[in-house]
Design a protein around this ligand. Structure first.
Ligand code: GDP
Ligand code: CA
Length: 327
């Protein structure tokens, strides 16, 4: 079975680990979000690709869900001692090595997809991990900074990098718009459209619907490719009990006018794209609303408390895909 998964960071990576357990013989291609990518200290950092690679490759910091296990921060401390920032983005010593190798290869002319493949030679994630595009796409968030007078730009409306919004500001001000800058001119990376066309099923893990899956779908050709593939497309809700399980997805959902409920996210994807949707058992009351929108829906436990729980979710998603296919 050939499975294509569109993945962000933590939610995508943990689900993928469950999927590998649930379908060990499947051929899994992961299309990774690169809208969160950022240049720091002259290095290209790809947080979502790395979270998938480290999680599936056994190098992740389990408690945190991102970054390396057994990490130290000497390099960052030294940079801070020189007054060189930003200090709000956590980059550990082990993690730095990944970004150095990536940046070196990019500077030598390799596309990001080839670089990602090379990094995966070490981590052996057991899936084929492809960035959504080799072209630079950067998610920006329009905000009005609080008028505190504390900094020269307070009170100003401006667009900031997604990481600045998410990590530095911790989504503390409303997101007025979310824009994947560069997406319109971008092309899917080599292998992305081919994998979609050859897939038996396409899965949307419980990743952020706006800044992870939404950004991937913004690359011209990907949404159309999925809709036209004629295979079951099944998603799992990242919203449980009207709130994101982790993080601040509600803030970016508000920016695109979508309420923070499992049903609203399904409707946001729409029946033109999505065939099946899993909501958590606490949201069983929304099954009817999702089905009324033309999307087959089931309520099952959706908390990835451990690997077994994630594997059960993956099995449910594949079962729903079979139901859709048989319908
Ligand atoms: P990010 O790039 O690290 O933010 O990760 P993703 O976009 O892949 O996933 C973030 C989303 O995963 C958040 O909106 C969370 O609500 C969701 N999430 C995290 N853990 C769980 C879980 O155990 N169950 C469900 N249903 N969603 C989860
Ligand atoms: Ca992310």
């Amino acid at each position: 079975m050939r499975i294509v998964v569109l993945a962000g960071g933590i939610g995508g990576a943990r689900f993928l680990r469950g999927l590998k357990r649930a379908a060990p013989d499947a051929d899994v291609t992961v299309i990774g979000n690169t809208g969160d990518d950022i240049h720091l200290f002259g290095l290209k950092v790809c947080p979502d690709l790395d979270t998938v690679m480290y999680t599936l490759g056994g190098g992740i910091n389990e408690e945190q869900g991102w970054g390396r296990a057994d990490e130290t921060f000497h390099l960052k401390e030294e940079l801070t001692a020189y007054g060189v920032g930003p200090d709000w983005f956590g980059l550990g010593d082990r993690d730095f090595a990944t970004h150095i190798v990536r940046t070196q290869m990019l500077s030598a002319g390799y596309p990001l997809s080839a670089v990602t493949e090379a990094l995966c030679d070490r981590w052996k994630p057991g899936v084929r991990l492809i960035p959504m595009s080799d072209d630079r796409i950067e998610t920006h968030v329009a905000v009005t900074l609080p008028d505190s007078g504390a900094t020269p730009d307070s009170g100003e409306r401006k667009a900031i990098h997604f990481q600045e919004y998410w990590v530095r500001l911790r989504a503390s001000v409303p997101a007025e718009a979310v824009v994947p800058v560069g997406a319109e001119q971008a092309k899917p990376a080599p292998g992305v459209l081919e994998a979609i066309a050859e897939a038996d099923v396409v899965l949307f893990p419980p990743s952020n619907p706006v800044v992870s899956i939404g950004t991937i779908l913004a690359v011209p050709g990907i949404r159309e490719g999925i809709a036209d593939a004629g295979v079951p497309v099944v998603g799992l809700s990242p919203i449980v009990g009207d709130a994101p399980v982790r993080g601040m997805a509600d803030k970016v959902l508000a920016a695109v006018g979508v309420e923070s409920t499992a049903a609203a996210v399904a409707e946001h994807y729409g029946s033109g794209l999505l065939d099946g949707w899993l909501v958590d058992t606490v949201d069983a009351g929304s099954v009817e609303r999702v089905e009324a929108a033309g999307i087959r829906c089931r309520a099952v436990p959706l908390m990835m408390t451990d690997l077994d729980a994630a594997a059960r979710m993956a099995r449910e998603a594949l079962t729903l895909a079979e139901e859709v296919r048989g319908a």
